[in-house]
Design a protein around this ligand. Structure first.
Ligand SMILES: CC(C)(COP(=O)(O)OP(=O)(O)OC[C@H]1O[C@@H](n2cnc3c(N)ncnc32)[C@H](O)[C@@H]1OP(=O)(O)O)[C@@H](O)C(=O)NCCC(=O)NCCS
Length: 160
């Protein structure tokens, strides 16, 4: 399997929205749930693509992974990512995170921050592989569509 990681363009947005919809539909890995905020999410992805902080992983012309970063003025880059079911556990997440760290450094970020659900052991393993450390634990923090309120783990990677 040849995986190409590249910067996304606005042409990719429809396919990335479909990927996001698919992973959100799994209901247990990312913060977003269905129905997506189609307009808001599309705007965020487009802005990120225009800033050069949205990356995709492509296998035979199909987008199977994405990673977006947001860099606010205080220069802590916020990271969010998805790999399509069926393509996980094969190094695609790693390739995307390596690209993201490179981008964050070159953009002047002194840190990357993210959150994951406590049950997301794959995400945890991926982030720890690149040196992210747990910085906090949010108890009963995020309401879900099913009425539950989930905890979240806060992780950070210092770049300076
Ligand atoms: C989390 C996610 C991005 C990881 O991407 P991936 O392509 O599966 O990651 P990789 O294959 O590069 O694996 C990275 C490391 O994590 C480990 N890992 C992967 N899946 C794992 C699992 N299910 N359990 C434990 N460790 C796991 C791998 O062994 C690898 O370490 P190694 O290189 O030392 O062997 C992917 O599973 C995903 O998109 N999941 C659904 C959406 C999601 O959870 N997004 C992140 C929200 S915080």
């Amino acid at each position: 399997m040849t995986v190409v990681v590249r910067t996304a363009t606005v042409v990719d947005i429809d396919e990335l929205m479909a990927l996001r919809r698919e992973v959100a539909g799994e209901g247990r890995w990312i913060a977003a749930e269905l129905p997506l905020d189609e307009e808001g999410d599309r705007r965020t992805l487009t802005e990120s693509a225009e800033r050069g902080s949205l990356f995709v992983a492509e296998v035979e012309g199909v987008l199977v992974g994405m990673l977006g970063m947001h860099l606010p003025r205080y220069l802590v880059a916020d990271l969010g990512m998805n790999v399509k079911d069926g393509y996980r556990g094969q190094g695609i997440g790693s390739a995307l995170v390596e690209r993201a760290i490179e981008w964050a450094r070159s953009a002047g970020a002194h840190k990357i921050a993210l959150q994951h659900w406590p049950h997301n052991t794959a995400a945890r393993a991926l982030y720890e592989k690149y040196g992210f450390e747990e910085e906090g634990y949010l108890r009963r923090h995020y309401p879900r569509n099913n009425g539950e309120i989930w905890d979240a783990v806060v992780m950070g990677l210092l770049l300076d």
